[in-house]
Ligand binder design. Structure first.
Ligand code: FES
Length: 145
C-alpha cells in the first residue's frame, strides 16, 4: 500500500526520520502536573507548547503540543525527545544544529519551524530557571533587610 503522506513529505525534502517523528507523534500531548509549561508563537503564526517534568535538575519527561505545519510537528516531537532524560544544563545546549542532526533533513524553507522548536524549549528552560531562582532571591532579599 502506498503511504501518501510519506510520499508527499519525502518528495518535499523531509528525511525518513523526520517523517517518522511527524507520523508517530510520540511526544505529542500534555503532562499533568508539569513543572514548566511554555508556549511560543513563531512569525508564521504557528504555535508550540512544551511541557516539562523536572526532577532534581533532570528532565524526566517532555511533551509538546503543536498548532502548525508538518515541519513544526516533526521538529516539536524531535525536540521533546532530545530534551527527555537530559539535565537542564545539557538541554540548554540543544540548538538548531543538534535538532537538525536528529531530524536529518527538512526542506530548506522549513528551517524556521525547527528554529521555533528550539526557541520554545529554550524559553521554557529560562522560565523554569527564573522560577527556581525566585525563592533564593527572595530569601536573599529578605535576609538582608
Ligand atoms: Fe510555521 Fe512551520 S510553517 S512552524
Amino acid at each position: 500500500m502506498v503511504d501518501e503522506i510519506y510520499e508527499m513529505l519525502s518528495k518535499s525534502g523531509y528525511s525518513d526520520k523526520a517523517i517518522e517523528y511527524f507520523k508517530s507523534r510520540e511526544s505529542i500531548g500534555e503532562i499533568k502536573g508539569a513543572d514548566q509549561v511554555t508556549d511560543l508563537t513563531g512569525p508564521c503564526g504557528d504555535t508550540m507548547k512544551i511541557y516539562l517534568k523536572v526532577d532534581r535538575d533532570k528532565i524526566q519527561d517532555a511533551k509538546i503540543q503543536v498548532l502548525g505545519c508538518p515541519g513544526a510537528v516533526a521538529s516539536g516531537c524531535a525536540i521533546a525527545a532530545l530534551a527527555k532524560g537530559k539535565s537542564l544544563k545539557e538541554a540548554k545546549e540543544i540548538d538548531l544544529d543538534a535538532l537538525y542532526k536528529e531530524l536529518e533533513k527538512l526542506p530548506d524553507k522549513k528551517i524556521h519551524c525547527a528554529r521555533l522548536a528550539v526557541k520554545t524549549l529554550q524559553k521554557a528552560l529560562e522560565q523554569y530557571e527564573e522560577k527556581a531562582g525566585e525563592p533564593k532571591r527572595k530569601q536573599m532579599t529578605g535576609g538582608s533587610q
